[in-house]
Each structure stands twice: as C-alpha cells, then as structure tokens.
Ligand binder design. Structure first.
Ligand code: XLS
Ligand code: CA
Ligand code: CA
Length: 437
C-alpha cells in the first residue's frame, strides 16, 4: 500500500533545479565544518502534525486529503505507521517523534489504551528495524483528554495525578522499547488561569515530584534517553509554568533536577515568550542545557502558536549559528513541529513543506558555517569586549579588582570613550553571507 503515489525518493538536485520535489540545499552527505549535513541536522518528522492533523480550525472541519483516513480505529493507526515510514524513506528523514495518543487510539480504560499502544509499538519497532529509521523522542499527551482540564502533574486532583503518573510510566516503557534518544515533557496544562483558586507553590512541588519519579523509573528499567523539558509561555493555559528557557532552568535548579534534564526549544514558543529562537538557544547553551529543537516559525502578526514550516533564512541561519557555536545538537535533532496550512491540503503538500523546512535549515547551516569560518561575528564580538583583555578589564576578569581599586581607576579615567555597536552594518553583512552560499 502506498499513501504517496507518484512521489519518488526526493533527491538533491542543487541550486539550479526547478523541480519542486527535489532538495536545492539539503545534501545529506555534504560535509560542512567536518560533519555531514545529515549529522548536523538530524531531521525528524512530527507524527501529530503530519499524520494526525486534519486541518480543523475553530471555524471549520478538516480539509486534509489523507489516504489513511479511509480507515477507523486501530486500522487507521496501522495505516499511519505505514504512511510514516513511506514518508520518512522518501524524504530520507532519519528520525520521527510522537505523543502516545498520536500513534494509537485511547481506549475506554487505561488497560485498553495500553493494549492499543502495545500493538502499534510492536509494528513501529518492526518498521524501524527494516527501515533503519529512529525515534528522536517520544512523549505522552497529558493535555487533550478532559481529565486533564486542571492539569496533570499540577492538577489539584490526586486521582488525575495518579493517572498521569501511570501514563508517563507507560511512555517511558514505550521509549525504552523503541530506543528513543530523548524523552520530552511538554506541560500543556501545567499552568494556571487564576491565582484565586491556585496554590502555585504546591503545584510546582508536585510537578517536581513527578519528574523525580520519572528519573527513578527510567533508571529502574534502564531507559537511558536524555530527558527534555519544552518551555512555552502560554497556550493552552494563560500562565504556563515552563515559560521560557530561563524560567525552566530556574525550576530545575530549585528542585535538584538540573543534571537530569536538557531543554527542547521551539521557535514559535520563543517568539510567544517575546524572545527570538536564538535567544532561547543561547540561554540553554550557556547553561549546558541545549537538548533539541522543534523547528517551526510563528506569525508575528498573530498572538498564538501557528506552527508554520520554517522558511525564514535569517532565523534558520542564526539558529544553526547558535547550534554550531554550542558544539552541535548532541543527541537532539531538528524536529519539524510544524503543520501545513489548512489550504495546503494535498498529500504532496506534506513533502513540499518538509522540503522547504529542510532546505531552509540546510541553507542556514551553510551560512552559519561561513560566518564561523570567516569569523565574521567572532571578530566583532572579540573586538567589542577587548577592554577586558588588558589593564583594568583584565583585573576585573581575574578577580583582582575591588570596588575601591575600580573607584581609583574611575576617578582618574576621564572622559570615558565608548565605541559604536554597528548593528545596522552587521545586519547587512549577515544578509550578504546568507545570499552568498
Ligand atoms: C505544543 C507543543 C507540543 C510539544 C510536544 O505547543 O509544541 O507539540 O512539542 O508535546
Ligand atoms: Ca513543540
Ligand atoms: Ca508549537
């Protein structure tokens, strides 16, 4: 059975090609700064957007034309598994990611749900073995089912907390079974609407308790995936607890969890938090917490999470610049947590969208590598902080300076001379590099 008829394996044809079903920049085996593009980028397909989303919005029903939708229940889940592997192979996508509810339908009881999962996980495992495709991360969806109306790890209801713990336990077992490289926690309902009915301190204590239990259980079953927390400032709750990278790091530090986690950062979540993606990546990197990336882009004219495919080359370049500077993405990857627009409803659009994202990231990688090779930004930054290399600056950095010694210096050093930051010039230099690769 084929779900993407008429689409062959997507090949790299290079910049001159006008074939929409070909890569112009993503050449998996091309070496950039000592590693292949494939090794740098570790692309992943997000199961939920590609195989589950049907284009429904608050004003209308689904629009997507999908072969697997001619089935129901577990049969549809099986069809999605087949479609997933056909899709990954045709795009030469090495990884995929999913929530438990994306791959198998929830049953009437926890027992039934777990049974459904077992059937599909076995099928995924077989397909992974024959295709060599891998699981970048899995997670459990503790936000869609109405039981999670007031949260999962931060619910005021201990019965719901217990259910969430059981779901999480199964998620860790599934991750182990499929050899997931990472395990993600995104707290969809871990936040609140109003303090008038909320004990924030208690909710955060409980969330930390759940994470400690997860660490203990992963150790018990020998699941050695990297745990990742994915920050998001709002939506669905008004105040999401894992607001951004800095907030999440502070939480992990407070509860003694920092050594067990890294961050899964998403571009659209960064912009919702009022940050750039590169700000979030830098914040994680300087704290040793860069884990993985959810690649997408938001619409700056809209205040919600639009999860569009990433095509902004300035952003993909600066993202890959941060990743290269941080020494690479490690066990993480670039997961397309992105959905085609409601009007892009043909199956072929799934390919065109992923090609757009993969090419934009490959383009960004090449530009970032050039920025690094030519030390374009490094020399600017080095020069900007040069006053800390010698004299009074060196004394500050070495710890020799005191308030009194600095006062003495300041009293004699008159006038102070500052240098221009040259931001506009640097932006143009960036454009020149992007369009030269
Ligand atoms: C939603 C999140 C979610 C996580 C995984 O906004 O991006 O999809 O990546 O639960
Ligand atoms: Ca995400
Ligand atoms: Ca999102």
């Amino acid at each position: 059975m084929t779900y993407f008829q008429g689409i062959n394996k997507i090949q790299f044809e290079g910049k001159g090609s006008d074939n929409p079903l070909a890569f112009k920049h993503y050449d998996p085996k091309q070496v950039v700064l000592g590693k292949t593009m494939e090794e740098h980028l570790r692309f992943a397909v997000a199961y939920w957007h590609t195989f589950n989303a049907n284009g429904t919005d608050p004003f209308g029903v689904g629009t997507m034309v999908r072969g697997w939708d001619s089935y129901d229940g577990l049969d549809r889940s099986k069809a999605r598994v087949e479609a997933n592997f056909e899709f990954m192979e045709k795009l030469d996508m090495p990884y995929y990611c999913f929530h438990d509810v994306d791959i198998a339908p929830e049953g009437a009881t926890l027992q039934e749900t777990n049974k459904n999962l077992d059937v599909i996980v076995a099928m995924l495992k077989d397909n992974m073995k024959t295709s060599g495709r891998k699981l970048l991360w899995n997670t459990v969806n503790m936000f869609s089912n109405p039981r999670y109306v007031h949260g999962a790890g931060t619910t005021p209801n201990a019965e719901v907390y217990a259910y969430a713990a059981a779901q999480l336990k199964k998620g860790l077992e599934v991750g182990k079974e499929l050899g997931a490289e990472n395990y993600v926690f995104w707290g969809g309902r871990e936040g609140y609407e109003t303090l008038l009915n909320t004990d924030m301190g208690f909710e955060l204590d409980n969330l930390a308790r759940l994470y400690h239990m997860a660490i203990a259980y992963a150790k018990e079953i020998g699941f050695d995936a990297q745990f990742l927390i994915e920050p998001k400032p709002k939506e669905p709750t008004k105040h999401q607890y894992d607001f951004d990278a800095a907030t999440t790091i502070a939480f992990l530090q407070k509860y003694g969890l920092k050594d067990h986690f890294k961050l899964n950062l998403e571009a659209n979540h960064a912009t919702l938090a009022g940050h750039t993606f590169e700000h979030e990546i830098r914040t994680a990197a300087i704290n040793g917490m860069l884990g993985s990336l959810d690649a997408n882009q938001g619409d700056l004219l809209l205040g919600w999470d639009t999860d569009e495919f990433p095509t902004d080359l300035y952003s993909t370049t600066l993202t890959m610049y941060e990743v290269l500077k941080a020494g690479g993405i490690g066990r993480g990857g670039v997961n397309f947590d992105a959905k085609v627009r409601r009007g892009s409803f043909e199956a072929e659009d799934l390919f065109l969208a992923h090609i757009a994202g993969m090419d934009s990231f490959a383009w960004g990688l090449k530009a970032a590598a050039k920025l690094i090779e030519e030390k374009t930004l490094d020399s600017i930054v080095e020069d900007r902080y040069a006053s800390f290399k010698t004299g009074i600056g060196a004394e500050i950095v070495s710890g020799k300076a005191t308030l009194a010694s600095l006062e003495q210096y300041a009293l004699q050093n008159n006038p102070i001379v500052n240098k221009s930051g040259r931001q506009e010039r640097i932006r143009l230099m960036l454009s020149e590099v992007i369009f030269s690769v």
